[in-house]
Design a protein around this ligand. Structure first.
Ligand code: URA
Ligand code: CA
Length: 433
């Protein structure tokens, strides 16, 4: 086989066989296929797409390019959840203890990554002592004992995807449904999930800004998962504004605690109940989504979900007293309100800009070596549809610097205030299973 012939074949709109896809991914991984040929191929995929079989074959080839985590020593159906981007998405922090408390094993392997805020691991490290540097055996034992554990990603997962994603980033080929779907699914499958719940965001703050694109991506990922033997469902949720109120590491832990107590923001609570219900059903712990949702509402009301968060944090060395008293979480020194300059109704909040503001405060990493400040971030005081009067707080800045003028104006600019009242968008647009 020659790569140049395969590029031509795809350029002309033909489909690849499994052998061809394996040849491409193996050759690219081991350096035999150069970046320029892989770039041309990615661009051919961008224009010519892939059929369902090719998508599953590509995903599988990327899974096989590195380690595949074996979670078979964990009892029960391991359900993983993945959200496609978004700003201030606190769902994982809530969902892990929530579904674990009804008996669904949550074995979470997480990286640190780049972004507006840290990853799940960084957020959890706001709990003093919380340690994710545990051995695989400790990880498996903890999930068996407590139904939930988080481990830092040390293994070499899907190196082919890592390399290809880097190439796509600089060749204008990121935005391709078959390439995104196989990229995301390969990582979930390599990390050992038996079943997968996808939270596909849509709207201005999402990767996919249009609803029809988001649906197409969700369908593509569900099909790949099912074709590769993983029960997969997807929920399409709104990311036209940030989810919940908190954007920042310790701030999101506080928000997660409040949500587990039943006092969280409505959108975050509703989305966690929806995603959690799918996880419970896929794990075989309930027959219907309604039944699953009732189970989850019950553990929030009777305190079991919050108790589970404490046990889970304590088992990984964390000081669980901060979960009882969130005032003990890391705190920023400079707390400033951003106030409305006019009366009206919030008609838009540009999630991306809010995310950038959080990052400028130091809540996220701009480069792999940036240090994160766990205490800083933002709390939104108003969301789309809310009425505001001049002088009302739109958001609270938690900073560890006095130089916040740029950040303040960025936040102000990201809010649109209109004279007429506006309806809030739906939170959940569709479910694909
Ligand atoms: N996230 C991924 O992991 N891969 C993509 O291709 C796009 C978003
Ligand atoms: Ca949030």
């Amino acid at each position: 086989m020659r790569m140049v012939d395969l590029i031509e074949k795809k350029r002309n709109g033909f489909s690849h066989t499994k052998e061809e896809i394996d040849f491409i991914i193996e050759g690219y991984s081991n350096g035999e296929i150069p970046e320029y040929q892989m770039s041309a191929w990615a661009m051919a995929i961008f224009f010519q797409d892939m059929n369902e079989e090719e998508r599953a074959d590509l995903t599988n080839a990327m899974v096989q390019s590195g380690d595949v985590i074996d979670l078979s020593d964990i009892e029960g159906v391991k359900v993983d959840k993945h959200s496609t981007g978004g700003v201030g998405d606190t769902t994982t922090l809530v969902l892990a203890p929530l579904v674990a408390s009804v008996g669904v094993p949550v074995a979470k392997m997480s990286g640190r990554g780049l972004g507006h805020t840290g990853g799940t691991i960084d957020k959890l490290e706001s709990i003093p002592g919380f340690n994710v540097e545990i051995t695989n055996q400790q990880f498996i034992d903890l999930v068996n004992k407590n139904k939930a554990a988080v481990i830092g990603q040390t293994q070499n997962l899907t190196p082919a995807d890592k390399k290809l994603y880097g190439l796509r980033d600089v060749t204008a080929t990121v935005n391709s449904i078959p390439l995104i779907a196989s990229s995301i699914m390969s990582k979930k499958i390599a990390s050992g999930a038996d079943a997968i719940v996808l939270d596909v965001k849509t709207g201005a703050g999402a990767f996919m800004k249009e609803l029809d694109e988001s649906k197409e991506l969700a369908k593509a990922m569900v099909k790949i998962g099912n074709d590769l033997g993983r029960k997969t469902s997807a929920v399409i949720s709104d990311m036209s504004q940030p989810l919940g109120f908190a954007i920042g590491n310790a701030l999101e832990v506080k928000e997660a605690v409040e949500t587990l107590q039943g006092n969280g923001p409505k959108d975050l609570t509703d989305l966690c109940l929806e995603l959690g219900s799918h996880m419970v059903v896929l794990a075989g712990k309930a027959d219907t989504l309604d039944e699953a949702k009732q189970m989850l509402e019950e553990v929030i009301q009777n305190g079991k979900a919050l108790e589970h968060f404490k046990v889970f944090a304590e088992s990984q060395g964390g000081d669980a007293s901060v979960i009882e008293d969130v005032e003990k979480l890391p705190k920023a020194s400079n707390i400033v309100e951003v106030t409305a300059e006019t009366d009206g109704y919030v008609s838009g909040i540009v999630a991306d800009q809010i995310g950038t503001a959080a990052m400028m405060l130091g809540a996220g990493r701009a480069t792999k070596t940036s240090e994160i400040d766990l205490a800083v971030g933002l709390e939104l005081r108003k969301k789309i549809g809310d009425k505001v009067s001049k002088g009302d707080s739109l958001a609270t800045i938690h900073a560890n610097t006095d130089q916040i003028d740029d950040i303040k104006s960025k936040i102000l600019q990201s809010f649109t205030i209109s004279e007429d009242s506006v309806e809030a968008q739906p939170l959940i647009y569709d479910v694909i299973s």
